[in-house]
Design a protein around this ligand. Structure first.
Ligand code: G6Q
Length: 547
């Protein structure tokens, strides 16, 4: 059954939120803490190894109650059950959205077109396990009998960002294989990667759901040509495997059927790291760790599906985005992990969130008259403190931020970890409290500067504070906890899409540029006139061709 379609702005809860916003917009977070001694405890959700403190957000119990009413008014419960049971909730592409099925236990039943898909999911997982074990143990040899030392994942977008982020984030758990990622059609990208590699000891994993993607096919073809410069055609089967739904095209590329890891169209690219698209993850960290990643995600699935909205981490987190986006007119959200391992996490979420919820048409096909998807950005702390934090503290824009941190560090350097986490806590405190005029004055009073100078400096040194943050504190970065964290954001994306009444699982917005590039490529290759373009584009093309 299709998702229901409710314009959120016509609901009673939205109207209540509008008037409630008027009472809360001027309130300072400090005041909210001063008037409620239980605030921090009441607005914290403890679940498994996650401690999620929402209390430094500009909300009260009433805000939360109204936001949860909104979730009920748009029938979120019904949507969640459709999501998990395989209804065609990606209606514009006529597909179910079942990345959750990829991490479900063997006993689960999920039907697509009348067939329980779980047995096939497990068949593919077994294939991933077997292949991973053969490569990692050295039993799978290259054509010349040497063991594999390097893995190159060739894919882009959803066939790159998820595996690349997870392999980087979980590098502590990696085995001896070196894993590389080639994504950009920029030929310098693949050339920089292969220049360090020996074809005899490298395994190439071509990942493309459709097997029609220009970037991936160009990279795969160029890399295969480089490979064939030193090894014969028969060697390809020992060194090239593929992940795809398009088995015929993979075979036509010259890859043996045995070397194909299938995936299904009910897995969206940006949610596909749990499928065979995660092969590079499994190779890099071993199958058992890959399985733990999936188990973690499954635990978050259960939390999301079965927990009351008030205690539900992805639901509250998504509703807060709606609160800031649609009532405070905040345009962006920052993701700040206090872990260098999560260096690529914000980049990964940029695709997940912005490709999913960057939509201006609602589920009835009407242009919306309210804001939808937010701009996502971020970098790890503490580096980002020395880069863009100035704007969050003293700029003119409201930027709600998620702070992600771990109680234990992996290498166990307590001194560094305490320094790192003291910054995490201090920044959320500073963003909330700011620094008042009185505080600045007392700070300046101990200095020898003249009174006149002090007065001049005063306005620049004041921090208004009242900047919202959510603190996500997790025991330790493990494959399982990372699985939970990724799944948390996946469900957050889903909830946002339901509230905004948009379709989160298509991505037609990426098509137009691709189509135009095809036309321009023909012109670049053939040297024909680019006269049908606007004058700016035409001049650029001409300058490129003739300079
Ligand atoms: C993700 C998108 C997109 C896709 C890439 C690669 O949700 O669909 O990023 O993953 O365009 O597509 P292929 O895997 O088909 O090559």
């Amino acid at each position: 059954m299709a998702l229901k379609s409710t314009n959120p702005t016509t609901t009673n809860s939205w109207k209540k939120l509008q008037s409630h916003f008027e009472t809360i917009k001027g309130k300072h977070l400090k005041e909210l803490f001063d008037t409620d001694s239980n605030r921090a405890t009441d607005l914290t959700i403890k679940w498994d190894d996650f401690y999620v403190d929402f209390s430094k957000n500009r909300i009260t119990d009433e805000t939360l109650a109204c936001l949860i009413d909104l979730a009920n008014d748009v029938d979120l419960k019904d949507a969640i059950s459709k999501y998990f049971s395989g209804d065609i909730i990606n209606a514009t592409e006529g597909r179910a959205v079942l990345h959750t099925a990829l991490r479900s236990p063997k006993t689960t039943e999920v039907f697509v077109d009348g067939e329980n898909i779980i047995p096939k999911v497990f068949e593919v997982k077994e294939k991933i396990r077997g292949f991973t074990e053969a490569v990692v143990s050295g039993e799978h040899k290259g054509f010349t009998g040497q063991t594999i030392t390097d893995i190159v994942n060739i894919g882009i977008g959803g066939s790159d960002l998820g595996p690349a982020m997870v392999v980087d984030s979980l590098q502590y758990y990696k085995n001896h294989l070196n894993t590389h990622f080639v994504s950009n059609v920029d030929g310098d990208h693949y050339n920089e990667i292969i220049k360090r590699l020996k074809p005899e000891t490298t395994l190439f994993v071509i990942v493309s759901k459709t097997f029609t993607t220009q970037e991936t096919l160009s990279n795969a073809n160029s890399i295969r040509a480089w490979f064939l410069e030193s090894l014969p055609l028969e060697a390809v089967s020992k060194h090239f495997v593929a992940v795809s739904t398009n088995i015929d095209s993979v075979k036509a590329f010259g890859i043996d059927e045995d070397n194909i890891f299938p995936m299904k169209d009910w897995v969206g690219g940006r949610f596909s790291l749990w499928s065979a698209v995660g092969l590079s993850i499994s190779l890099a960290i071993g199958y058992n760790n890959f399985e733990s990643l999936l188990n973690g995600a499954h635990k978050m699935d259960k939390h999301f599906r079965d927990t009351d909205f008030k205690e539900n981490i992805p639901v509250i987190s998504a509703l807060l985005t709606v609160w800031y986006n649609n009532f405070f007119n905040a345009e962006s959200e920052a993701i700040i992990p206090y872990s260098q391992y999560l260096n690529q996490f914000a980049t990964y979420l940029q695709q997940g969130i912005m490709e999913s919820n960057g939509k201006y048409v609602d589920r009835k096909g009407n242009v919306v008259d309210y804001q939808t998807g937010t701009i996502i950005w971020g970098e790890p702390g503490t580096n980002s403190q020395h880069a863009f934090f100035q704007l969050i503290h003293q700029g003119t824009k409201l930027i709600p931020a998620d702070f992600i941190g771990f109680i234990e560090s992996l290498h166990g350097n307590k001194d560094h970890h305490n320094k790192l986490m003291s910054n995490y806590f201090a920044q959320t405190e500073a963003l909330m409290n700011g620094k008042t005029k009185a505080e600045v004055l007392s700070e300046l009073s101990g200095q020898s500067t003249s009174e006149e100078e002090k007065d001049k400096l005063l306005p620049f040194k004041i921090f208004e504070g009242n900047k919202p943050t959510t603190s996500i504190l997790i025991k330790k970065l493990t494959p399982e906890s990372l699985g939970k964290l990724i799944a948390m954001y996946e469900h957050k994306i889903f909830v946002q899409g339901i509230v905004w009444n948009i379709y989160s699982y298509d991505q037609f917005g990426v098509e137009l540029g691709k189509q135009l590039a095809k036309t321009i490529l023909k012109e670049l290759d053939s040297g024909t006139s680019a006269s049908q373009h606007d004058t700016s584009t035409q001049n650029l093309i001409t300058h490129f061709r003739t300079s």
